[in-house]
Design a protein. Sequence first.
Length: 329
Amino acid sequence: MAFDNIKLDKGLYGAGKGFTQALEGLDPGEQYKGTALEGLDAYERQLKRFGIRVSGPGSDRVEKFFRSSETAVLFPEFVARTVKRGMEEASKLGSLVAATTQIEGLDYRSLRIDSTGSGPVGEGETLPEFKLLTKGSLVNMKKFGYLINTSYEAMRHHRLDLFNVMLRKIGAMLASGLIGEAVQVLIHGDGNPGTAAVQISKAGTSLSYTDLLALWNNFYMLNMTGILVSADTARQILALPEMRDGCAGLDFHGSGRLITPLGAELIACDAVPAETLVGFDKNCALELVQAGDVVTDADRLIDRQFHSAGVSITAGFAKIFSAAAVVME
């Protein structure tokens, strides 16, 4: 079936999979290899079909999505994609999460490890046992979202390029909520015994480079890839004489990434308590568990032309190794 013959209706959002996946089932991308449409997914081919430009100086007004019942069906996917892009642009989750698990429903238990020992064994001796077991407590899943209200005038007269900016800002705010939850699990654990972070104290009353070394030194057989701090603590660290290291300074000025002389990325986050440092190894600290992707109120967006609609994501975090996070207060 050609992409310009597909009948679009809001039932595609209730097919038990994503809107684009449902479209791909009707209009597989493989049939466009070697054509001008190669590289576009099924949703993007529909935008091209109806001539809807969603970005750039020549972008269309929001109302173009509502010229017909079929084009209106495309609008919830536009909102979800743009919000998700805003999350990806603003989020530091990539610096925190070791694994991401997509689930159906809300009940999920992560894994834990029981080990009977380590080291070499003699001839005829039994090898140490390494057990992978299901954790006792479920991951605490939470919904993060916003109700978006707008007027008909905002819909009718403004272009999608500006609307893109607004939706990406919502995505950034959703990402901030997820980061806050990730920080709480890093520090306090995921509700299962023994998952709270290792706790250490500063050497004195004020932060020093020696404290950073002590934090780093607590990652035995692990690698401290990042340090989460409040904005004020980040300022104190950047003011340390050791932060005048040439390479660290060049990286900061060139890319904006805050790298400590220890090689760990410095991440300022308002979810971290004042005067607290949270060192972590992103390779084995957190598992992100998502119940689906970004969700929109598709019926409202289609039938009521987006006067009021919710955008949300349901997610939680599991601690993989407790030793992969160290808290200094």
